[in-house]
Design a protein around this ligand. Structure first.
Ligand code: KG4
Ligand code: ZN
Length: 341
């Protein structure tokens, strides 16, 4: 796999984390994340206008910290990468504007990166040799997709969620149990102490496709919380919710391995930080005799390191953008027109 041989400064500001990183080849030399979680907690979710303002305040100090962390100066940077799609448009614009200004002032290439491509290529942040084609489970707060990765830069979505994303299912369950926002990590912590068989929750496993659905689970959680009231055992409820989500994702991954015959399977995105999900997919991969690639924890939730890794691949393919680069709220992954069978 060809990679850009120079230092890349990468910027990510698509949602509620302001992040900057320095990447050389496959090495993430620094990866600074300033999170806005505390600010959004009081509203129980991300407020777009507040997110954009917080990015404006954080972006320059975060970039400086990333340069210092990698022990490089701006003059030693050979390209600027930035998440320009999809995401909250006001939030994205802060990163895109900073990236353009830096690329212009340094007279170096600029590249806009698709946020999901960043998650997919976050596995390059491991030491492992990566084999293609891959089936990748993209599971975050905004996405639940099964993606065929023919090669870096060549993607085809095999299936996605019909309603809520897996991370949303964790977050909504956590909110119902009073565990705060975002809830994935809190659910995982509680689940360690709980019995996953205590509360039977639905698993939408029936269909023959790669589609997923988590809204039934959310409704079932709501009913459970209402029915049990003060008697609800939070660790058992958290463990039951986590097991239901992990079962659905593992079932779809199994289906994809059986039908698509990939050289490996990956789990990426914020929910891939979940140890129970990682173990379940690793066990599945071992059963089929293929490798399982997961990013290091620091590259699971939103961060600029993964954006730099994707840029390393894209720049080596000859891709760059000019200064008309725009922030786009919605955008499809670069897709394959036909998948090699
Ligand atoms: O990738 P990400 O940072 O943002 C999006 O692109 O959406 O993912 C955030 C999501 C949240 O829903 C959060 O609850 C979930 O990832 N998450 C987890 C864990 N850590 C973060 N879910 C389950 N277990 C975790 N340990
Ligand atoms: Zn993300």
């Amino acid at each position: 796999m060809k990679l850009f041989d120079g230092n890349i400064l990468a910027i990510e500001s698509s949602c509620d984390e302001t992040s900057a990183a320095v990447i050389t080849g496959r090495t993430v030399r620094s990866n600074i994340v300033a999170t806005q979680i505390e600010m959004h907690q009081k509203w129980g979710g991300v407020v777009p206008e507040a997110a954009a303002r917080a990015h404006i305040e954080a972006i320059l100090p975060v970039i400086q910290e990333a340069l210092d962390g990698a022990q490089v100066t701006l003059k030693e940077i050979q390209a600027i990468a930035v998440t320009n799609r999809p995401g909250l448009v006001g939030a994205l614009s802060v990163g895109v504007t900073a990236a353009k200004a830096l690329a212009f002032s340094q007279r170096i290439p600029l590249i806009g990166v698709h946020h999901i491509e960043g998650h997919i290529l976050s596995i390059l942040g491991t030491e492992s040799e990566i084999f293609f084609p891959l089936v990748t489970l993209v599971v975050s707060g905004g996405h639940s997709e099964i993606v065929w990765v023919n090669a870096p830069g060549e993607y085809k979505i095999l299936g996605e969620t019909r309603d809520d994303a897996a991370g949303e299912a964790f977050d909504k369950g956590a909110r119902l149990m009073g565990l705060g926002y975002p809830g994935g990590k809190a659910i995982e912590e509680q689940a360690k102490l709980g019995n996953p068989k205590r509360y039977p929750l639905p698993r939408a496993l029936g269909s023959d496709t790669y589609e997923m659905s988590f809204s039934g689970l959310k409704t079932a959680m709501l009913r459970l919380v209402e029915k049990e009231g003060a008697d609800l055992c939070v660790p058992d409820a958290a463990a039951s919710l986590q097991a239901a989500i992990v079962d659905v994702l593992t079932d779809r991954a199994r289906r994809a391995i059986e039908r698509e015959n990939p050289a490996g399977i990956c789990v990426v995105g914020g929910v891939s930080a979940n140890q129970s999900l990682r173990s379940s997919i690793q066990t599945l991969a071992a059963r089929y005799g293929i490798p399982c690639f997961v990013p290091p924890f620091s590259l699971c939730t939103d961060n600029a390191g993964m954006i730099g890794l994707a840029a390393s691949v894209r720049l080596a393919l000859g891709d760059t953008n000019d200064f008309t680069l725009d922030a786009l709220p919605m955008s499809d992954l670069p897709t394959l027109s036909t998948k090699s069978e």
